[in-house]
Design a protein around this ligand. Sequence first.
Ligand code: HEB
Length: 88
Amino acid sequence: NAAGADKGKATYDASCMACHAAGVAGAPKFGDKAAWAPRIAQGADTLHTHALKGFQGKAGMMPPKGGNMSLKDEDVMAAVDYMVNAAK
Ligand code: HEB
């Protein structure tokens, strides 16, 4: 919904953009369809879990909640959905 999308963007801008805008240290770049396609193929549950709990992949290290543990789970998941929608 619209409120969720706003929250997703706000969370992305505050806590995810630092790495995902430019693709720092192996982070899949915002809006890069080729980089996101195989990740999106894992399914939303896996992407949400990796963003919440952190994830060591081949490209690098995704820190739990992007390193901002004060974020609410629902806001982190909204940020993931915002990033996924931008890369479809
Ligand atoms: Fe990140 C990855 C989300 C922040 C780094 N990420 C990622 C993914 C997602 C995300 C969904 C995919 C996963 C899979 O594929 O499974 N992030 C996110 C969010 C945020 C973030 C939502 C906010 C909260 N990141 C971040 C930061 C950083 C990062 C801040 C830096 C420090 N990531 C990253 C990397 C990666 C990621 C490096 C890749 C990993 C591999 O290897 O693959």
